[in-house]
Design a protein around this ligand. Structure first.
Ligand code: HQG
Length: 175
């Protein structure tokens, strides 16, 4: 597939695996999985194309296992990914934009429409996440301190760190 076609199919896959499976007539199981053949049929594409996206997607957004497919993270529909709790690195990063900063610094990071706050292991990734919305601003998250204080972290299969919320005392804006 050409890059553009791949991105277009990946966006459709994300939509149905994270946000609105019902709009394609699909039902996810409680952990977010759906039968691969049913998924291919619902998207009116081929198994080869779907597997090519799974293999080449730039963020490794999907997993295929035992004839089923799911999104690794980013859901707005109710799913329990069943990820084990893990110890995070001392610091993680969150990319956002200046207009959200007053609220974020007052009330902390909240998951908004998604299940969890998404945190990145590197500033590079955080810059890219923030740049989706404008000029990126990067926040450093004292993940080690949060962990020591009892906050739970999980890491998705594609290396995104997930936590329920980040209170403002653990946030620092990077220059
Ligand atoms: C902001 C994409 C006001 C937060 C990305 C963000 C990532 C607040 C937005 C993944 C706030 C939520 C996740 C508060 C947080 N007040 N604004 N208290 N707390 N925000 O898209 O982290 O391509 O749900 O800073 O690359 O931007 O979909 O989260 O700007 O990996 O695979 O509210 O989604 O990956 O936006 O992105 P999002 P995100 P995919």
């Amino acid at each position: 597939m050409q890059e553009q076609e791949l991105i277009r199919l990946s966006k459709r896959m994300s939509k149905h695996l994270r946000h609105s499976p019902e709009s394609a007539g699909l039902t996810l199981d409680p952990s977010g999985w759906v039968d691969l053949d049913a998924f291919v049929r619902a998207l009116r594409t081929t198994r080869e194309n779907v597997l090519e996206v799974v293999a080449r997607d730039n963020k490794q957004r999907y997993a295929v296992e035992a004839g089923r497919i799911r999104a690794n993270q980013g859901h707005t529909v109710e799913v329990d990914l069943d990820l084990p709790v893990s110890e995070p690195p001392a610091v993680l990063y969150h990319g956002t934009v200046a207009k959200f900063l007053p609220d974020i610094l007052a009330e902390g990071l909240r998951p908004m429409a998604r299940h969890d706050v998404h945190l990145s292991p590197t500033t590079d990734t955080a810059v890219r996440v923030g740049a989706r919305r404008g000029r990126p601003v990067v926040l450093e998250v004292a993940a080690g301190r949060m962990h020591a204080d009892g906050h739970e972290f999980r890491v998705s299969a594609n290396g995104v760190w997930l936590t329920q919320s980040v209170p403002p005392e653990y946030l620092r804006r990077l220059p």
